[in-house]
Structures are given as C-alpha cells and as structure tokens.
Design a protein around this ligand. Structure first.
Ligand code: NAP
Length: 216
C-alpha cells in the first residue's frame, strides 16, 4: 500500500528538504494533516513522509492499536495530497523501533543532498535527548515541534533551548487544529460521541468497519 519511499519530486531551490512525520497515529486526524501541510509550506519541504510508529519503547506499557490498522488509516488519510506519502518502514521492523534507525534509513535512501526534518508533537520533541543515540540523531536531522494552542513555550527545558539556540535544530510551529487529539477521538468513539469533521471520512469509515476504539 506504500508509495515508493524514495520517489523524487522537483526541488524549488538549491537545498532539497524532506519532512519525516513521526507519530503513533492512533488514529491519524486533521491536526496531524494540517501540521504536515503547515511544515511543508513553511520549510519548503518537497514532500512529507508519514511514518507510523512501530513498537516505540516508551509505549511498552500502554495499549496501542495494531500497527497495521494505524498504518492503513494513515495511507487513507494521506492519499489526497500529492506531497504526502505513508511509509511502513517502522511497522515492518522487528522489536522496539527507534527514530534514529528511521532517520538513518531515509538518510541512506535519499543521500546527503537532502536535509531531513523530523516533524512530531512538541511533547515528544522535549524528550529527544532521552531517545536512543540522541547525539547522533540531532546531527542527522532538524526537528519541527508542533504545538497546540495555549502550549507554554516556557515548558522548553534548558537542554532543548541549547540545541535550538546554538544549532538552530529545533523549530516550533503552532497549529490551531492540533486542538484535535487522538486520545479525545478514541474517547469519543468509546462513549458514542460523533467524530465527524475531526478526521477524514475514509478514516472514520475504517474505524467503524473494524470496530476500533469501542471498548478500550
Ligand atoms: P506521543 O507521546 O503519542 O504524542 C505526544 C504528543 O504529540 C501528543 O499530544 C500527540 O497528539 C502529539 N503528536 C504526536 N505525533 C504528532 C505529529 N506527527 N504531529 C503533531 N502532533 C503529534 O508521541 P508519539 O506519537 O509516541 O511519538 C512521536 C514520534 O516520536 C514517533 O515517531 C515516535 O517513534 C518518536 N519517538 C521516538 C523515540 C525513540 O526513538 N526512542 C521515543 C519517543 C518517541 P496525538 O495524540 O493527537 O497524536
């Protein structure tokens, strides 16, 4: 179901930039899609590749919907934007999945002519220094941290501030539609409330067809 991970699109300037959008996507919603589009436009990204998190180490003790369901919903949600792709690279990897391996995979696939931007939620970005091989990771890509309205920039810890100020590696983007959250959508389904207009219709149909989120 993937489009080719290394399909090329024309570049607009000398530097070629690629967005890697990482998330659990349980389920994907309009907040994620708007985030990717805002980042694509602001940072002149040739395309954004949505990478559904496989088996992230920090979610070991939490229930997460089957990776294949999360990935199929991501494929459905991204299909209408020619600049978006969905990749199954993490869900096909055995064991715990770490962002460093994903970034290395895309670095190898695209080569050094591309500058890589890892896009994800600000709360996750705050923790990057605790991620596997963090020092190497921050050398391999920039980070775009998406914030919800009302997010306190004071929450930025000193270490992230240091990476941001000295290396220009962490960029914050406020995305109003991130008021939508996956947790809220799951709760809404469980309690019989509507989810229409919070995510693409195709994703809602998928949730209903496979009866996701009704009992968790
Ligand atoms: P999370 O803890 O589930 O999410 C943190 C917050 O960010 C939530 O509010 C979430 O909102 C939001 N968010 C998550 N992905 C987003 C996106 N792409 N765009 C905008 N908002 C987003 O974080 P996560 O999804 O597990 O992890 C995010 C990424 O970081 C994944 O790719 C994961 O693999 C990576 N990560 C790597 C390591 C590691 O390498 N050791 C450790 C932790 C995370 P919603 O709930 O609405 O999505």
């Amino acid at each position: 179901m993937d489009t080719k991970d290394n399909e090329n699109l024309g570049s607009k300037d000398g530097i070629r930039r690629l967005g890697i959008m990482g998330g659990t996507f349980d389920p994907i919603h309009y907040g994620h899609l708007v985030t990717a589009e805002v980042a694509r436009h602001k940072y002149n990204l040739e395309k954004v590749i949505f990478v559904t998190a496989g088996n992230p180490p920090h979610k070991k003790d939490k229930y997460v919907t089957d990776a294949i369901h999360r990935h199929y919903m991501t494929v459905l949600a991204t299909i209408t934007n020619r600049y978006f792709q969905a990749s199954s690279v993490e869900i096909n990897r055995k064991g715990c999945t770490h962002t460093i391996d994903t970034i290395k995979y895309f670095r190898k696939l695209y080569g050094n002519k591309y500058k890589l931007y890892f896009i994800t939620g600000a709360d996750a970005v705050m923790e990057i220094l605790a991620w596997k091989d963090a020092e190497e990771l921050v050398k391999l890509c920039d980070f775009i941290a998406a914030t919800r309205p009302g997010y306190h920039i004071s929450a930025i810890n000193d270490a992230i501030e240091n990476i941001r100020d000295n290396y220009g590696k962490v960029h914050f983007v406020e995305v109003p539609s991130l008021a939508i959250s996956s947790t809220d959508i799951r709760n809404r389904v469980r309690t019989g409330q509507p989810i229409k207009y919070l995510l693409p219709e195709s994703v809602e149909s998928y949730i209903r067809k496979f009866d996701l989120y009704t009992e968790k």
